[in-house]
Design a protein around this ligand. Sequence first.
Ligand SMILES: C[S@@+](CC[C@H](N)C(=O)[O-])C[C@H]1O[C@@H](n2cnc3c(N)ncnc32)[C@H](O)[C@@H]1O
Length: 288
Amino acid sequence: MASPRNRTLRLTQRETSARVAKLPEKPVLTIESNVYLGAVEQALKVLPQNYFDLIIADPPYNYGMDFGNNSDRRSKADYAEWTETWLSNLERVASPHASFYICAGWESSGLYQQALARSGLHVLNRITWKRDKGRGAKRNWKQNMEDIWFAVRDKKSHTFNLESVKVHKPVIAPYRENGKPKDWSLDSEGAPYRMTHPSNIWTDLTVPFWSMRENTPHPTQKPEALMERIILASSNVGDRILDLFSGSGTASVVAKRLGREYVGVEMNPEYVRYAMKRLRLVTVEIEV
Ligand SMILES: C[S@@+](CC[C@H](N)C(=O)[O-])C[C@H]1O[C@@H](n2cnc3c(N)ncnc32)[C@H](O)[C@@H]1O
């Protein structure tokens, strides 16, 4: 029996057969915020052109995970070809000042870097997320990281809200000038700190666990806090976010909470239903 502290979201009997929205069959000029059932390859052909301000993609890493389909069990050559195909079609749906975040495991990471560069986008960074989950190996190092490639369409006009994502850092040697703190403050416990620029190594974000309300049965669900960092930095209230390979809908849920428009695309109807439930439960909180 599940522990009483287990807060993993579950679908009711009725919700397991709820109707899901399907991707349009033909190209459209506009689309409502929702999570849609369908393949990313199709989505990139039919979603509105020049439309999304931020595109987040969390594709299968080809690690043999069970997503209820064979998408994570391709040959290396097939995976490379498939990656190149969908990545090269991203630009069609992106607005002229769009940003892109593409998640990758260590094995596929190089592939994404090269495919992104070939696609004509400007790769601005490689974020490494220390994710602390998974088993150790007897004859190898434990797999403990994921990469997130950050690229933009136009280096001069992309959104980057630095102030929204600055990080709290303790100040070890609080320096004073003319008796006044130089660039630091005291927190509620009287300890000196400063808000500083976020780096490309993210070590403070845990994967969702069964005791967390955001957890669902999706095997590779991303933390809401990770999507929140991306969305706060690279979009504004009212912007349109495309959540490709949306799984349990994490990016869409956070986008809704932060007052953005969102379109999720996922090929497993069960995960679409989890995303629908999470979207129903979320409360909009627009940042000031
Ligand atoms: C790494 S998971 C995404 C997890 C998601 N970010 C979350 O927080 O729940 C990848 C997802 O892509 C879906 N998928 C695989 N191939 C797909 C395709 N061609 N089109 C749409 N979805 C696909 C899988 O079913 C799986 O749910």
